[in-house]
Design a protein around this ligand. Structure first.
Ligand SMILES: Cc1cc2nc3c(=O)[nH]c(=O)nc-3n(C[C@H](O)[C@H](O)[C@H](O)COP(=O)(O)OP(=O)(O)OC[C@H]3O[C@@H](n4cnc5c(N)ncnc54)[C@H](O)[C@@H]3O)c2cc1C
Length: 405
């Protein structure tokens, strides 16, 4: 494919796409249009080290601002794309001007779901974490002795809980479902992480929904919970999932189904438009999924770059993910969707443990808690398409390394 590439969005996938094209010696004109005021940066630290105050924004940037002109990439910051004209092959920008493209890449990410204003979602002191400004604002509120309510026991909520405890706040997590991590992990993994948080003094309340936030003079002061309990709170952190930023694609008539539908080459229903990262829905093992992870944003974007540069190799996701909470590192290889069986294997060090997932007898994923060996071996087994013998996995004497080829 020849001609000018316009990339909408300036996050993980946008950077990976552009860096890969230049690494492939593709010299086409490229413009990145990003709504954010800073060059592309890593988001994971926003609910970890950055929020703890242990990393600054400079350390999060993939490259400094000078890298872009040096690589003949035009970086337009603080600029939003407001619409796509597919017939004219132009995008409209927030200032009313237009930009022509030959190839368009949508890397618009996702936006956190917010609590409705009717239940207090718009009160001051209520936060979601998606960009560095969110983390900056939240960080200034995290002072010792204050009370934080976390709504949602997913990874972001639990990471925020760990940071808040680390900064000396009193923390309650409420989770509407039967247990934390319901959507993304097994009961075994959830039980392990729950125990870790409880040991650090976090109050975790499962099967507990939010009825409404209570406020005074426009500022949150507490929350009414579904069990009738009224909890005081100085800040509220909402981690109830994200929605893909697919509006531009939908309005341009591209196929959209809770995300921009792409094929195994990251191509949308318009052959000159690609989509990648959190905004895209892609084929995976016979399903259409969105994979909200660094792994997917990078690998899918790099696969798209190769196609744009003339390649034909399809993208076959090899999911991996991680989450840091306190001194606990959770590493996940594979994607546990549809699992029907799990096996828990204690690791060799105190506090290390892994949870192995199976679907119809086939090994599909592993969650490794402070157990790098289990993660590395699990990842390798998945790459090799192998399912370890259950008896061998169950036997604590088995050296995991012997299970791979
Ligand atoms: C707090 C937090 C912690 C996370 N932790 C982990 C983790 O531990 N491990 C992991 O694997 N993943 C983690 N993730 C997920 C990971 O960061 C995302 O999957 C990844 O950033 C997706 O990359 P992306 O490029 O698709 O989207 P993003 O990185 O979100 O980038 C999208 C960009 O597009 C811009 N944009 C959107 N619409 C427009 C428009 N119309 N015009 C111009 N610009 C636009 C946005 O402003 C944004 O800059 C975390 C995410 C968050 C928020």
């Amino acid at each position: 494919m020849t001609g000018r590439l316009v990339v909408v969005g300036g996050g993980q996938a946008a950077f990976a796409l552009v860096a890969k094209l230049r690494a492939l010696k593709d010299a086409r004109p490229i413009t990145i249009v990003s709504a954010e005021a800073t060059p592309p940066y890593q988001r994971p630290p926003l609910s970890k080290k950055y929020l703890l105050g242990e990393a600054d924004l400079g350390r999060l940037h993939f490259r400094s601002e000078s890298w872009y002109p040096e690589h003949e990439v035009e970086l337009r910051l603080s600029t939003e794309v407001t619409s796509i004209d597919r017939a004219a092959k132009t995008v409209k920008l927030g200032d009313g001007s237009t930009l022509s493209y030959d190839v368009l890449a949508l890397a618009t990410g996702a936006a956190p779901r917010r609590l409705p204003a009717e239940i207090g979602g718009d009160l001051d002191g209520v936060y979601t974490v998606r960009d560095y400004l969110d983390a900056d604002r939240l960080g200034t509120e995290m002072s010792e002795g204050r009370r934080a309510l976390i709504v949602g026991g997913g990874y972001i909520g639990l990471e925020a809980a760990a940071v808040a405890r680390g900064r000396g706040l009193e923390v309650t997590v409420i989770e509407m479902a039967d247990r934390i991590l319901q959507r993304v992990a097994s009961p075994a993994t959830a039980t392990i992480l729950k125990a870790i948080h409880i040991a650090r003094g976090v109050d975790i309340r499962e099967k507990t929904g939010l009825v409404r936030l209570i406020g005074e003079d426009g500022r949150v002061t507490g929350a009414e919970l579904s069990d009738g309990f009224v909890l005081p709170a100085d800040i509220v952190i909402v981690g109830i999932g994200v929605a893909p930023n697919d509006r531009l694609a939908r309005e341009a008539g591209l196929e959209v189904a809770n995300g921009i539908v792409v094929d195994e080459h990251a191509r949308t229903s318009d052959p000159s438009i690609f989509a990648m990262g959190d905004c895209a829905v892609l084929p995976f093992e016979g399903n259409r999924v969105r994979l909200e992870s660094v792994q997917n944003a990078v690998d899918q974007a790099e696969a798209a770059a190769a196609v744009i540069a003339g390649g034909t190799e399809p993208y076959a996701p090899r999911p991996w993910f991680w989450s840091d909470q306190y001194d606990v590192k959770l590493q996940i290889a594979g994607f546990c969707m549809g699992y029907d069986d799990t096996l828990v294997r204690p690791g060799q060090r105190e506090g290390s443990v892994s949870v192995w997932y199976f679907r119809q007898g086939r090994f599909i994923a592993v969650d490794a808690v402070n157990d790098a060996k289990a993660y590395v071996v699990g990842k390798k087994l998945l790459e090799q398409g192998r399912t370890p013998e259950r008896t061998a996995l169950e036997d604590p004497a088995t050296d995991l390394k012997t299970l791979t080829l």
